[in-house]
Design a protein. Structure first.
Length: 189
């Protein structure tokens, strides 16, 4: 009973923080406090949290070794938690969720969260990062949320001079990816 209560408190806290962050974005007061941190350590922390609280999915965390990233550690953690939470929410029990990061040729970092869930139609993919947008799927009517999580992820990643995207199709796995400059500068292609 206590564990269920703690989960509900965490859910309410997350929901309130989400709305506060939307309000901060609207007023231009969401600040990014960039510092140098080891992404591998953050990944390990998130892996331990996820594995200790979710036993219904198979998680695969892949790292590329120690990597110093210049970004807002808390905000990047928030994005990862949101993407992993969505993967859990929209994938069947006993399926795999892969979370990985790798470096790219242009001094940037790419993080992927892949599930084996219900998939997202091409039409929904075009709008999924809009504020309050929720996938219009008869199979996901009972899924909770207000459609602000992915919107906040997009805004946080863009405040870091990065990009975020989704790939997949209906009834197939979905991959959410975001790319960040390792040194905090703008991405160059």
């Amino acid at each position: 009973m206590l564990e269920k209560s703690v989960k509900q408190v965490d859910y309410m806290n997350s929901m309130i923080n989400g709305f506060l962050n939307v309000s901060r974005l609207d007023s231009g007061q969401m600040h990014i406090e960039k510092t140098e941190f080891d992404l591998q350590i953050l990944f390990t922390e998130i892996e331990h949290e996820v594995l200790s609280t979710n036993h219904t999915r198979n998680f695969i965390f892949k790292t590329s070794g120690s990597l110093t990233l210049f970004a807002d550690r808390d905000k990047i953690s928030q994005v990862l938690h949101n993407l992993i939470g969505n993967a859990i929410k929209y994938s069947p029990i006993n399926t795999s969720i892969t979370v990985e990061y790798l470096t790219t040729d242009n001094n940037s970092l790419k993080i992927n969260v892949q599930d084996q869930g219900i998939g997202i139609s091409r039409e929904d993919q075009e709008r999924i990062f809009e504020r309050y947008y929720r996938v219009k799927d008869i199979n996901s009517r009972s899924t909770s949320g207000f459609g602000i999580g992915l919107y906040l992820c997009k805004e946080i990643i863009e405040l870091h001079n990065g990009t975020i995207e989704v790939q997949g199709s209906k009834n197939e796995s979905t991959v959410f990816s975001f790319v960040l400059p390792i040194n905090g500068e703008k991405l160059t292609y």
